[in-house]
Design a protein around this ligand. Structure first.
Ligand SMILES: NC(=O)c1ccc[n+]([C@@H]2O[C@H](COP(=O)([O-])OP(=O)(O)OC[C@H]3O[C@@H](n4cnc5c(N)ncnc54)[C@H](OP(=O)(O)O)[C@@H]3O)[C@@H](O)[C@H]2O)c1
Length: 332
């Protein structure tokens, strides 16, 4: 990667963005990173760890700042959550430097596979009998055509439509559950810590229904590496890489390593805390524990990272139990 290469990153203080910053800085220490950061004090702390980082103090609502910073960047990685106006402003900036005729990947925006959950069907906690894994190759069209009112779906579709209209190549990266300790300097834990803490405080691990609902997962470190890998692939010429780096309508990429049922998660935490048998709770009871309880613990979709595999990427961390317990981690 050229030393003058400049990456604009949002969400650098978060679990995912922090890990991406760490993986990117390790793989390409000379790359210049401009990171959108809200607070000066946090910016100073990150700068002391990453000498290649230039903070851009601002918010995702600072749209003209996003546009002008993206316009000067070679590549942008957005890990600041679903935010259509912000991502569209970034695309506008990237569009100002697009050469006619080429649709090179210039933006990676993080999303998630919760858009695949069909909430018009009742939540049961069980794996649907007709459920099958989603491939980001064979199901590419269906993934970006789910009803817009589903989580992430409206944002995914608006971002892709705006990219296509502006002639910018966008990649949506969609990890499932993330296991392991964040590699970033600041936020090291995410959703996995919440189920563990809930089980600990209740004194019993629990599932909804039979707990066969299953999500695909990957390690947080593998996600960071996959994002860096995709950016590297974007820079290669066609003869140098194994396949096409699809963008926009062909630009939705799962990152997944394996599948894990809710029951296996529950048993693992129960064994670890010595809590005995796993309880089955109703959807209503799960809602009382947390308003999003039924969605967090009662649904699941299995995803296959076929596009990354086609490009030659393989996950490195494949033992979910080790990732849950990594560095004494209270995750499940
Ligand atoms: N964590 C997971 O398990 C998981 C799984 C699948 C997909 N994802 C996706 O990954 C993305 C990042 O998630 P995450 O878990 O890393 O979230 P997170 O830890 O909450 O980090 C969010 C980041 O966005 C920044 N941010 C939020 N609102 C902002 C604003 N208005 N202006 C400037 N910065 C703002 C935060 O900055 P501050 O530090 O200043 O708040 C932080 O750096 C999301 O799109 C999420 O859907 C996450």
């Amino acid at each position: 990667m050229p030393t003058s290469y400049c990456v604009f990153l949002t969400g650098a203080t978060g679990f995912v963005g922090g890990t991406i910053l760490s993986c990117l800085s390790k793989a390409h220490p000379s790359v210049r990173v401009k990171a959108l950061i809200r607070q000066e004090v946090v910016a100073k702390e990150l700068q002391s760890v990453y000498p290649n980082l230039t903070p851009i103090i601002g918010e995702l609502s600072s749209l003209s700042l996003l546009t002008s910073t993206a316009a000067e960047a070679d590549f942008v990685i957005h890990a600041g959550g679903d935010n259509v106006p912000a991502v569209c402003a970034i695309i506008d900036g990237l569009a100002s430097r697009t050469t006619i005729g080429s649709l090179l990947p210039r933006l990676i925006s993080l999303t998630g596979p919760r858009s695949l959950i069909d909430l018009s069907k009742p939540i049961t906690g069980n794996l649907g009998t007709s459920s099958r894994p989603w491939s980001d190759i064979t199901d590419a069209h269906a993934i970006l055509a789910v009803p817009k009112d589903r989580m992430h779906a409206g944002a995914d579709q608006a971002i892709i439509a705006h990219s296509a209209a502006k002639g910018v190549g966008t990649i949506l990266v969609s990890p499932g559950q993330l296991w392991g300790r964040g590699k970033g300097h600041l936020k090291k834990e995410s959703n996995a810590a919440f189920y563990y803490a809930t089980v600990k405080s209740r004194g019993r691990a629990f599932v909804i229904g039979e707990g066969t609902a299953t999500w695909s997962w990957s390690s947080i470190g593998d996600l960071g590496d996959a994002v860096v890998f995709l950016m590297e692939q974007a820079l290669l010429s066609e003869s140098e890489r194994r396949g096409q780096v699809g963008v926009n309508q062909n630009g939705y990429y799962f990152v997944s390593t394996g599948d894990l049922s809710m029951m296996d998660r529950a048993k693992a935490v129960s064994e670890r805390l010595g809590l005995g048998e796993v309880a089955s709770v109703s959807v209503e009871a799960a809602k009382e524990i947390h308003p999003f309880g039924p969605i967090m613990w009662g649904c699941g979709e299995r995803t296959r990272a076929d596009k990354l595999a086609e490009l030659g990427w393989r996950p490195q961390e494949t033992d979910w139990r080790a990732l849950m317990e990594e560095e004494g981690g209270e995750r499940a």
